[in-house]
Write a protein that binds this ligand. Structure first.
Ligand code: MN
Length: 233
């Protein structure tokens, strides 16, 4: 017997996969903080080389590339953070670094939108970052490229242009914590599973968007992530 529900549960958001008619249903979104030394410095922080740290966004914060979105509510300082995103396709729990890449299904270009003013207020009061980080359309993402097609993570360029001007420019070898290190570490605390995404942190050059802004973020070898902002109603 099917159990009666008060309302239809929301469907998992899905991400297109390059060269595949099947899509990737999203389960959880993990985000890494301060994973490029130059970005940590521009925010007045030091990289913690003891261990990576994380925050999360709900799956309902996801927004696909190509969208035009309203300027987010409750902020006067919404920032872009261009990121390399790892899509998990197999379970991983307490995995060694040497085995961690088996859990990877593919990679995508993503932007971690941040209500910087709310994040800063939370930091000042030693409160959680949720209001600054987890809100509708805050996890922008483009189509996933399968890992075997992308190849090894090396010195691929990562960049973001804002209204045609380059704002962020780095390469993936500048990450403080590598993808296998991140997966191995996260898997000590979570049963990673298919559908999980890891936003691996942003390089230096983050900045504010305004209504009318057009962002384009690229990682060499991946489909770019593109978004435009309009004045909220
Ligand atoms: Mn970020």
């Amino acid at each position: 017997m099917t159990q009666d529900l008060l309302f239809d549960p929301p469907a998992a958001p899905v991400i297109p996969v390059a060269g595949d008619i099947r899509q990737f249903p999203v389960r959880r979104i993990f985000c890494v903080g301060r994973n490029y030394a130059a970005h940590a410095a521009e925010m007045g922080n030091e990289v913690d080389r003891e261990a990576p740290f994380y925050f999360t966004k709900s799956a309902h914060a996801l927004c696909l590339s190509g969208a035009t979105i309203p300027y987010p509510p409750g902020t006067a300082d919404c920032h872009f953070e261009m990121e390399f995103v790892v899509a998990i396709g197999a379970p991983a729990f307490r995995v060694a670094e040497a085995d961690a890449m088996r859990a990877v299904m593919g990679y995508a270009c993503g932007i971690d939108l941040t209500r910087r003013d709310l994040q800063a207020a939370a930091k000042d009061k030693r409160r959680p970052w949720d209001l600054g980080k987890d809100f509708e359309n805050a996890a922008l993402i483009a189509a996933i490229t399968p890992a075997e097609q992308f190849g090894e993570i090396a010195k691929q360029a990562i960049r973001l242009t804002h209204d045609g001007e380059v704002a962020q420019q780095a390469d993936l070898s500048e990450m403080v914590w590598s993808v296998p290190e991140l997966i191995a570490h996260l898997s000590r605390f979570y049963h990673l599973a298919p559908g999980d995404l890891i936003y691996t942190g942003t390089p230096a050059g983050v900045g504010p968007v305004r209504p009318g802004s057009v962002l384009s973020g690229e990682v060499e070898g991946l489909t770019p992530v593109e978004v435009s902002f309009v004045q909220a109603e």
